[in-house]
Ligand binder design. Structure first.
Ligand code: HEM
Length: 511
């Protein structure tokens, strides 16, 4: 076999190394129009046929290639979070947190890292309405000197579940019915009322924060507990919060529905246009810190994703600012093909033993191998600043394939290693690791607090009840009854109010 000449290899290496910068411009150095094979074409709309009116010819490579490529334009959309929008920006360290983490990108005040952010809705297809009631995805890829750090966050501080095995089943209930291909309110509430650990998330989702005015006007949360670790072996549990500097702004249920009809791409448009006019949105980053000893004493398991940490006990500590300042040049190449994963995690930050997080570490790259192909990390937008893994070879679309470098641990060309000075520091026993899937009374406590919090804002308790009532009224009577019971456990008055409002809506539907 003839090996590539050194000049070819280095050209590919250069492409690969530059790839994170941005994916811009055309693939071609030519200014004239060609086939994909680079052959000049006179007229893109012309086609070859026998005589003036005869059949077209198989030799018309240009036409055939146009039709064939067109038919293959679609790739699988993300199984969740299919509709989204994104932009580039910068993350800047504003406060010293080197006492908490050894992560290189956080090691000094003023240090800046380039980021890519993708916001999304969760349940809808890639053409669905931006203003649907849904949590919003808030995924950030930070290109650091020690590899990509992805924060694959949501706009809600908690999640629907704490058992990873429930995720596919849960998602099915929020999507389309297998027979009718319609959304099904009975199925939606049947799941939620039989898996009541989701109640804290429902308090957020059915408040007006479930319909943010735009991506610029919402917060982002790690939700999961992560660990900030030091090279000396110490660590703390952390949750990360990103607070919008634009202020939280929401839509009412009716405004959101109205916009879905009038401009279903509203939040996509809002983000693009704001950045285009230089109105660059920003978020302030905070961390909540809990020591392993505090975790042993905490009322809830720190690995229970359905719970927040009270801010009066675990105050928010500011450490950075993220600003979005550049729109993508090409949506498909840079946003649709972006692959975020909680498993992209740099030294100094570690996953906790939260089982949902552990499942996600597997699920994202698995999804991306299917969606984008095994070499998805070679797509420029996903490509880290530095990469050297010559044992991962070949596969579809291997653009950079390490040339003639050995594909095994060769004694002739030993690899160079940069040691990551980290110590074993996890104790896999202790109260903090205890975990229960069974729903208990204490699973309702934070939902009760949330209900009281809604009461501090004019009209928000009323909107919450209304937002559920107009949806739940479409569900089967048994499911409605069970759902009222669930909210009775949050607050008896709430349960009663919801019962009355929903049954009024049921009557209105039947006339
Ligand atoms: C067991 C639980 C979960 C599983 C199995 C799961 C799985 C997935 C999968 C397969 C994707 C599509 C990835 C792709 O094709 O690129 C995805 C996207 C996403 N997930 Fe999850 N997910 C889970 C829970 C969560 C949680 C708890 C959060 C937030 C705290 C979250 C946030 C996101 C976001 C933001 C995206 C979109 C990323 C993007 O913009 O490309 N997911 N999830």
């Amino acid at each position: 076999m003839r090996l590539p000449s050194p000049s070819v290899v280095s050209a590919f290496t250069t492409f690969f190394a530059c790839a994170t910068a941005t994916v811009q411009g055309s693939n071609s150095g030519h200014s004239f129009y060609t086939t994909s094979g680079g052959v000049p074409v006179n007229d893109p709309t012309a086609f070859q046929r026998v005589g003036r009116n005869g059949p077209i010819l198989l030799q018309d490579t240009h036409l055939i290639e146009q039709l064939a490529h067109f038919a293959r334009e679609r790739i699988p959309e993300r199984v969740v979070h299919a509709k989204g929008a994104g932009a580039y920006g910068v993350f800047e360290v504003t406060e010293d947190i080197t006492d908490l983490t050894s992560a290189a990108f956080l090691d000094q005040i003023g240090k800046k890292s380039r980021v890519l952010v993708r916001f999304s809705t969760v349940g809808g297809e890639s053409g669905s309405a931006d203003t649907a009631r849904d949590p919003r995805g808030f995924a950030i890829k930070i290109y650091t000197e020690e590899g990509n750090e992805d924060w694959v966050f949501n706009s809600t501080p908690v999640f629907f579940l704490r058992d990873p095995s429930k995720f596919p089943l849960f998602v099915h209930t929020q999507k389309r019915d297998p027979q009718t291909h319609l959304k099904n309110a009975t199925v939606f509430w049947d799941y939620l009322s039989t898996n009541q650990e989701s109640v804290r998330q429902l308090m957020h989702l059915f408040s007006d924060r479930g319909t943010p005015f735009s991506y610029r006007h919402m917060d982002g949360f790690s939700g999961h507990t992560f660990k900030f670790a030091k090279h000396n072996g110490t660590y703390n549990y952390v949750k990360i919060h990103l607070k919008t500097d634009q202020g939280v702004r929401t839509l009412t249920n009716e405004e959101a529905g109205d916009l879905a009809g009038k401009n279903s791409d509203w939040t996509t448009q809002d983000l693009f246009e704001a950045i285009q006019r230089g109105d660059n949105p920003s978020w302030t980053a905070y961390v909540q810190v809990m020591s392993p000893e505090q975790a042993e004493q905490f009322r809830y398991s720190v690995f229970d994703l359905t719970k927040t940490w009270p801010e009066d006990q675990f105050p928010l500590r500011k450490f950075g600012k993220m600003t979005l300042n550049q729109n993508p040049e090409n949506f498909f190449a840079e946003i649709e093909q972006a692959a975020f994963s909680p498993s992209n995690i740099v030294p100094g930050i570690e996953p906790s033993a939260d089982p949902v997080l552990q499942a996600r570490l597997f699920s994202y790259p698995d999804s991306q191998r299917y969606r984008l192909g095994v070499n998805f990390n070679q797509i420029p937008v996903n490509c880290p600043m530095h990469v050297n893994n010559p044992f991962q070879r070949d596969g579809h679309f291997a653009i950079h394939n390490y040339g003639a470098a050995p594909n095994y641990m060769s004694s002739f060309h030993p690899l160079v290693y940069r040691s990551v000075p980290t110590k074993e520091h996890e104790e896999w026993v202790g109260k903090a690791t205890l975990f229960s899937s069974v729903v208990e009374d204490k699973d309702f406590e934070q939902a009760t607090e949330e209900w009281a919090y809604l009461g501090t804002m004019e009209g928000q308790q009323r909107n919450f009840v209304h937002n559920i009532a107009v949806h739940l009224c479409n569900a089967h009577p048994e499911v409605r009854k069970r759902t009222y019971g669930m909210f009775d456990r949050v607050d008896a008055q709430l349960g009663q109010w919801l019962r009355e409002e929903t049954e009024k809506e049921v009557v209105a539907l039947s006339v």
